[in-house]
Design a protein around this ligand. Structure first.
Ligand code: BES
Ligand code: MN
Ligand code: ZN
Length: 497
């Protein structure tokens, strides 16, 4: 959809539909009050008839409102003013956009920009509006043959901002939000593809394609031979159980000063996780096509960063592999040697994410990174701990952890920190190798991060476990595009924006 910031006299907005807010107990929002005056009290008279009290979720379409240029006015209920928070606002935007898209207006102007949302500034509200609108319009149709499109889909949404002093910030928020939404969409599209289409090679091709679209992105793909030369024994041990060759996708964007240390994002790109010889139960195993969401979010974040032309040096590294049972697959008890030289006893072949990530993390040393952030659907235990609201965050540097927590809160894409205390490390002790790949009962998310921490000693590092946040199950099954909003906000802040 196209977005623009609208300003001027609201009564003179020429649009098929102007959307205005009404709070509970028939309280018109300030902008709606202004239009009420222009229409000589028409809106108040309608409300007095009792068709709409302004309860959260109510909508009322009005035609031929006198004294204004808009063809229709859509009144939307905002509920009690004090209870209007970001989450509720996002839900209202989703339902309004969905309704307009299925209805008749091709264009609309949203006059909700300056209503006060509890935990949100105007630029944040604009970002939330665009991301929520895009979310409600998103359909994954690539693998369907009979797609019914709405007859007159919503094509243009203006965002009305009355106070001229806010215009610049609003416009900046708009273009940032569109870039972020583009990154979220790419992430979802890649993640929603099934494992038989989205293989490691396919993911590599899509990264190459992004490189062709953006001259500033250099993409290199390492094949298994090159990875063997680098002695990536942990990563390659996982892909040995699969007929699809592993790929290491390396994307480099030089938006910052030459020589400035880059931010390196490392994303788990496990295109299907059956568990390997430690086979997973079959219930909902289809959802393990989402085990590449970390990698997809790295690709999506790079796309957003490119579109915003961020003045930063940014590198994406995505180890991509399948995890399947095979005659040549890892077996419980096998010992492999990682690129770092440390040996690993594989006690459970289903703890494969850390095996591919550890070599990608060691590989990242060569970029002399400012910071490294890895993003992975790493542990089911993270869903037990935090559910589907927050991503799990662990880090070897508190300042970096705080930056990411703040970025998540700002973007409405929250993370929550778990401890990475040394005391947990002994759960990884092995009688036969330098470490085991699982930490036994208890704190599964933390021990997974402990494992990774042994490969990140040379730089500032944070780990985001997105097992609970990257996709939804049930009837709304699908990728969420998280944590692209968190990561892009982190990058924007680092660029001083
Ligand atoms: N990809 C899974 C983690 C996962 C599970 C994400 C469920 C989302 C939903 C990961 O590779 C895995 O299998 N982890 C194991 C680790 C265990 C064997 C220590 C897990 O969480 O069960
Ligand atoms: Mn697994
Ligand atoms: Zn996995």
């Amino acid at each position: 959809m196209e977005y623009s910031i609208k300003s001027g006299d609201p009564a003179k907005q020429r649009t098929p539909c102007l959307i205005l807010g009404v709070f509970a107990k028939r309280q018109l929002s300030p902008l709606a009050q202004q239009l009420d005056r222009a229409s000589k009290g028409f809106l108040q008279r309608i409300l007095k008839r009792g068709d709409m009290a302004g309860e959260n979720g109510q909508q009322l379409m009005l035609y031929d409102v006198p004294g204004i240029q808009a063809e229709r006015i859509l009144l939307v209920g905002l509920g009690k003013p004090r209870e209007l928070n970001r989450k509720r606002y996002a839900k209202i935007v989703r339902s309004v956009v969905k309704g307009l898209n299925e209805g008749h207006a091709i264009e609309a102007v949203l006059g909700l920009g300056e209503v006060e949302i509890d935990d949100c500034t105007l630029p944040q509200a604009i970002r939330e509006t665009i991301l929520s609108a895009e979310e409600s319009l998103y359909r994954f149709t690539e693998t369907k043959s009979d797609v019914k499109k709405p007859q007159r889909p919503l094509k243009r949404l203006g965002l009305f901002v009355q106070d001229r002093r806010h215009l610049k910030a609003a416009q900046r928020a708009q273009s940032q939000a569109q870039a972020i939404a583009g990154g979220v969409k790419l992430t979802k599209d890649l993640a929603n593809l099934p494992g038989n289409i989205c293989t490691p090679s396919y993911l590599a091709d899509r990264a190459r394609q992004l490189g062709r679209e953006h001259g500033k992105l250099k993409v290199r793909i390492l094949d298994e031979k090159q990875m063997a030369k680098l002695a990536m024994g942990a990563l390659l041990s996982v892909s040995r159980g699969s007929r699809q060759p592993a790929k290491l996708i390396v994307m480099e964007y030089q938006g910052g000063k030459p020589g400035a240390k880059p931010v390196v994002l490392v994303g788990k790109g496990l295109t299907f996780d059956a568990g390997g010889i430690s086979l997973k139960p079959s219930a909902a195993m289809d959802e393990m096509k989402y085990d590449m969401c970390g990698g997809a979010s790295v690709i999506g974040t790079l796309k957003a960063g490119l579109e915003m032309e961020l003045p930063i040096n940014l590198i994406g590294v995505v180890p991509a592999s399948e995890n399947l049972p095979d005659g040549d697959a890892n077996k419980p008890g096998d010992i492999v040697t990682s690129m770092s030289g440390q040996t690993i006893e594989i006690l459970n072949t289903d703890a494969e994410g850390r095996l591919i990530l550890c070599d990608a993390l060691t590989y990242s040393e060569r970029f002399e990174p400012a910071v490294v952030i890895d993003i992975a659907t790493l542990t089911g235990a993270c869903i037990v701990a935090l559910g589907h609201q927050a991503s799990g965050l662990m880090a070897n540097n508190e300042a970096l952890a705080n930056e990411l927590l703040a970025a998540g809160a700002h973007a409405g894409d929250r993370a929550w920190q778990l401890p990475l205390w040394d005391a947990y490390q002994e759960q990884l002790d092995s009688n036969f190798a330098d470490m085991a790949n699982i930490g036994g009962k208890g704190a599964g998310t933390v021990t997974a991060a402990c494992f990774l921490s042994r490969y990140t000693k040379k730089f500032k590092w944070a780990h985001l476990d997105i097992a609970g946040t990257a996709w939804r199950s049930g009837t709304a099954k699908g990728a969420t595009g998280r944590p692209v909003p968190l990561l892009t906000q982190f990058l924007l802040k680092r660029c001083g924006q």
